[in-house]
Design a protein around this ligand. Structure first.
Ligand code: UD1
Length: 418
């Protein structure tokens, strides 16, 4: 089992290139199932979750070639024969459930294990299933699997999501592009990754409008063709490096990023007193003074992203004053806080609210990454802690951050994987 060893206290300086977005490439890979030719995906990050999704597609019969050096995946889906996703793969990554919509649309039947509970909450899939059912599928569950079936093609429908779930919006969108007639998804998620998926589907011949708003309209088509698609940069990875620069009192250029996707993070950092310059495709972050406390509440896009909450909490432990962080998306996403407290952070939790008394000197300690973003928060804490921090279970970090220790070392950090 690898661990990160971090000797903190170095202000980060230099330039970091952001990789393609994990949360964009995963649905893009699933969308390849909608066609039966060779699709090429570009700027693909080399992440554990991407390998898991590739293995899942291969298990369904697709031929997958991931050229890590070229950052390119070629997927040949002519031979997709299976309609059942294996438990081992879905169990390790909830986003595997995204194959259900495309499989159902393409084969008329999909059997996918129900994703189990995970560290950040129960994360049900009821909205995905309600959507498939509205499109005419019959849903049954048993033996830990959920099965969706339709005789012939799915039929377009008006679907209102009780919550703008990212995964449900993507899954229903992918099913709807091959349905008969018009589908309208109301209260849809509007994250940039949804827009990226819609862009890819349109380049495959789908008729999709409104992605990026709360109402997405789809006119179904008989057949889609393969495409070439470059995924958007990872806004959460970019936000994490922005906080790393700000927390360590450094100055970092974040390259290959879209400032428009990071508005809430930029706004909160500016409010805290961090200097930020936005240029085309790059953001410069400069810590000019000790940051001030700010309050943060997570919301669906364009609100403050839940995927930045843990890192922001670590950042606020270094800000002058008392901050409040409210998590509204997931019910159990404060697992990083006990670990941060072991490093000396002063944080109290009351339900979904964390009260952070900032301005403390963190001390290196042995801590454990409990999930992906919790792991990132501990890395940030380690970068400004006194003495050595040892972070275990960093496989969580590898799910979503490409070569994190190498990128940080290039910015001057003392971090190794052993
Ligand atoms: C996606 C992201 C994840 C991010 C999350 C919220 C990917 C691969 N993952 O996850 O990084 O943290 O969006 O921005 O893109 N819910 C239901 N019923 C459902 C579906 C969701 O109640 O059928 C609830 C969930 O329990 C959660 C909330 O809706 O409380 C948001 O979940 P959702 O937007 O679906 O997140 P994911 O798509 O799983």
């Amino acid at each position: 089992m690898s661990v990160f060893l971090i000797d903190g206290g170095i202000p980060l300086k230099g330039t970091v290139r952001i990789s393609g977005a994990k949360n964009a490439i995963l649905p893009a890979l699933a969308a390849c199932l909608l066609t039966d030719g060779k699709t090429v995906l570009k700027d693909v990050p080399n992440l554990e979750d991407v390998h898991t999704m590739c293995n899942l597609l291969a298990s369904l019969g697709a031929r997958v070639n991931f050229n890590v050096e070229k950052r390119e995946i070629t997927i040949e889906t002519t031979s997709v024969i299976e309609d059942t996703a294996p438990y081992e793969l879905v169990n390790t990554m909830r986003a595997s459930f995204l194959v259900m919509g495309p499989l159902l649309a393409r084969k008329g039947r999909a059997r996918v294990p129900l994703p189990g509970g995970c560290a950040i909450g129960s994360r049900p899939v009821d909205l995905h299933l309600k959507g498939f059912s509205a499109l005419g599928a019959t849903i049954t569950t048993g033996h830990g699997y959920v099965e969706a079936r339709v005789n012939g093609r799915l039929t377009g429908a008006r679907i209102y999501l009780d919550f703008p779930s990212v995964g449900a919006t993507e899954n229903i969108l992918m099913a709807a592009v091959l349905a008969k007639g018009q589908t309208v998804i109301e209260n849809a998620a509007s994250e940039p990754e949804i827009v990226d998926l819609a862009t890819m589907l349109v380049s495959m011949g789908a008729n999709v409008t409104g992605a990026g708003t709360d109402t997405i309209r789809v006119i179904g088509t008989d057949k889609l063709h393969p495409t070439e698609h470059m995924v958007i940069p990872d806004r959460i990875e970019a936000g994490t490096y922005m906080l790393a620069a700000a927390m360590t009192g450094g100055e970092v250029n974040i390259e290959n990023t879209m400032a428009d996707h990071l508005k809430p993070v930029i706004a909160k950092l500016r409010e805290a007193g961090v200097e930020i310059t936005e240029e085309f495709n790059r953001i410069n972050v400069r810590a000019v003074r000790r940051p001030k406390a700010v309050d943060v509440k997570t919301h669906p896009y364009p609100g403050f992203p839940t995927d930045m909450q843990a890192q922001m909490t670590a950042f606020l432990s270094q800000a002058e004053g008392t901050s409040m962080v409210v998590e509204t998306i997931f019910e159990n996403r404060f697992m990083h806080i006990n670990e941060l407290k072991r490093m000396g952070a002063r944080i109290k939790i009351d339900g979904r609210t964390a009260i952070i008394e900032g301005g403390v000197q963190l001390m290196g300690a042995q801590v454990r990454a409990t999930d992906l973003r919790a792991g990132a928060a501990l890395v940030l804490a380690g970068l400004c802690a006194k003495d050595r921090t040892e972070i275990s279970e960093i496989h969580h970090v590898d799910r979503g951050y490409e070569a994190m220790e190498q990128k940080l070392r290039a910015l001057g950090a003392r971090i190794v994987r052993v």
